[in-house]
Design a protein around this ligand. Structure first.
Ligand SMILES: [Zn+2]
Length: 347
């Protein structure tokens, strides 16, 4: 660890990034496995905890041949002949959960998740198999997405579908403040909300380590979205509340093990920075709302990146989340335009 942790910056731990298929022990019994992904987000960090006669895996990687191959290599070369007995998935997104069923099946391991993530995952699988996207289409239409663009939704869903597998097994339910003995240490379950329904982070006071998943990342912010099944939801306020709860939990020198990027200290600084960015974005949107505007009108206000077919639906959910937060704060109102389009305007 650096000798003097800086208070006002993110400081990476001075440890090398492990090569593909390599396990790097970064604290006693805690290992880093960096898994490549063929996307713009080119990797996910998976964490393993060694027990006396077995291994615990935290997150799995996406459902791809290359990820399965990585796991086969790791099992063969690095697990010392001990089985994987627990697979803990922080949340339901494909890079975290995509191979959960396969790993559990291959190793006869138990799956650990929260109820919120398990049920949301099953609901998505059901929607995909029924191909009933009517609610989604209405949701996007109300926000100003054109019929032409909505036609691409099927393609977007099919990409998602290709990286996941159905879960056909019971799960062990984890809840906030549960305590788990993993290896030689107690780990407490911290629940984060906003990015996904009930995201698990694992906090180990004795090692001063926080496995943060997507809940706390060193350089990027995860998507905070509203979805069509609950269009009035306010995930941004949930995200803000979760960040404030993390601020109370973490110490300045706590090692943060994120799902993307490198392990770091300065989690408190990073949280403060993100909270300030959110408030700044909300202020910009509020000022934009002095005239009536719909969800897609706000894209240039909220996003530096260009919004195209590949990121439209994620951007839409995120923009809607900002409008909903301002609505809940009582700062804007809905202004019906016609039967389908909804505009918002500041009071
Ligand atoms: Zn995620």
């Amino acid at each position: 660890m650096p000798e003097k942790p800086m208070k006002d910056t993110v400081t990476y731990l001075p440890i090398p990034i492990p090569d593909n298929n390599e396990l790097l022990e970064i604290a006693e019994g805690v290992y880093w496995l960096r898994c490549s992904m063929p996307f713009k987000l080119d990797h996910i960090n998976l964490w393993l905890i060694e027990e006396s006669d077995s291994w615990v895996v935290i997150d799995t990687g996406v459902n791809l041949k290359s990820t399965k191959h990585m796991w086969q290599q790791v099992v063969k070369s690095h697990l010392k002949g001990k089985p994987i007995t627990k697979v803990i998935c922080t949340h339901m997104h494909p890079d975290h959960l995509g191979l959960a069923e396969w790993l559990c099946q291959e190793h006869d391991a138990q799956l650990y998740m929260t109820q919120g993530e398990f049920q949301a995952y099953q609901a998505i699988l059901q929607k995909i198999s029924s191909k009933n996207y009517e609610l989604d289409f209405e949701f996007f239409e109300r926000g100003g997405v054109s019929q032409q663009e909505i036609k691409n939704y099927d393609k977007f869903i099919n990409i998602y579908k290709s990286y996941i597998t159905p879960i056909n097994r019971p799960y062990q339910r984890l809840k906030a403040n549960d305590s788990l003995l993993l290896g030689d240490n107690e780990w407490q379950v911290f629940i984060g909300r906003g990015h996904s329904p009930e995201h698990i982070c694992l906090w180990c006071p004795s090692l001063n380590i926080f496995i943060s998943g997507d809940q706390l990342l060193p350089t990027i912010s995860p998507n905070i979205s509203v979805h069509s099944d609950f269009p009035e939801a306010d995930p941004l306020t949930q995200w803000i509340d979760s960040n404030q709860a993390m601020l109370r939990l973490l110490k300045q020198d706590t090692w943060i093990l994120p799902a993307h990027g490198k392990p770091f200290i300065g989690g408190n600084y990073r949280i403060e920075q993100q909270l300030a960015e959110i408030e700044s974005d909300l202020a910009k949107l509020l000022s934009f709302c002095q005239y009536p505007c719909c969800v897609i009108d706000a894209f240039p206000v909220l996003f530096k990146k260009k919004i195209n077919d590949s990121n439209l639906f994620m951007a839409f959910g995120e923009a809607q989340a900002h409008f909903n937060c301002l609505l809940v704060r009582g700062l804007i109102n809905k202004v019906p335009d016609d039967e389908t389009l909804v505009n918002y305007q500041a009071y």
